[in-house]
Design a protein around this ligand. Sequence first.
Ligand code: ATP
Ligand code: MG
Length: 286
Amino acid sequence: MNTRLRVAVQSKGRLNEDTLRLLAEAGMKVDAGKRTLLVEARNYPLEVLFLRDDDIPQTVADGVADAGIVGMNELAEQGAAADVVHQLGFGACRLSIAVPKETDYTGVDWLNDKKIATSYPGILKRFLESRGVHAHPHVITGSVEIATGIGLADAIFDIVSSGSTLVSNNLREVEVVMQSEAVLIAHPKLSDEKRQILDEMVFRFKALQGAAGKKYVLMNVPKGALDSVLHELSGIKSPTVMPLAQEGWCSVHTVLEEESFWEKVGRLKEAGAQGILVLPIEKMVL
Ligand code: ATP
Ligand code: MG
């Protein structure tokens, strides 16, 4: 039988869609529509195990799955013995302590003897210990944000992304305890064959992430304006300059961060660039 790498992913929830998109863009077709627990990729030595995210770290640590895609927060909470192989750049959030808006929060000492509602008691306890605070974590599995409003706790420790949930529950974020994003984790001891499959996966993920937020930009430049255009592009890794069929003109190609594009394009026009084309970049292998 051919070796396959078994990767545990979230079966439904916030990470599911981005995870399956990442695999698809990396050329690993998984028929998630089937909703079976275990699905083989059609064109890659991979089988995907669909689980609740809580179960992913331990499944990988036990070696039932060879690798997994899960939030760093979940791995940290469980302290499972799995290696973080690669950060995937989605599912970004932070774990923070928040208190009712009107609280006169003076610093971590305020938390002494307070009751803190959370679904992440492990991370919270480690944080409190590291700061020498004696508080009482109170574990609830959902709707942590309403705990102070209903008198269940004095503070909460929960996932925050935009912060709008905190605002709508009259809470104020006072301590950011950890930053998290989705990570690829792996069993510490994989066979050489499985390690190779994993390495190839990481290589493809890097190529996709390398292209994220970048655009391929082409422009026509009269030779007299070439120096000023190249000056505007200084700091960018060596643009390509090619002659055009029309005498006295050349074409300049480069890669720009999408974020800085609008700011740069005005200056490029001023410098003499014309016919500026912007194309998406799918993958970038460095
Ligand atoms: P499961 O049913 O698989 O146990 P869940 O309800 O525990 O799912 P989700 O809400 O789907 O978990 O979140 C999965 C992960 O997504 C979180 O552990 C976290 O890493 C990440 N995440 C990113 N942004 C947010 C957010 N705003 N709220 C919750 N999780 C977020
Ligand atoms: Mg969960």
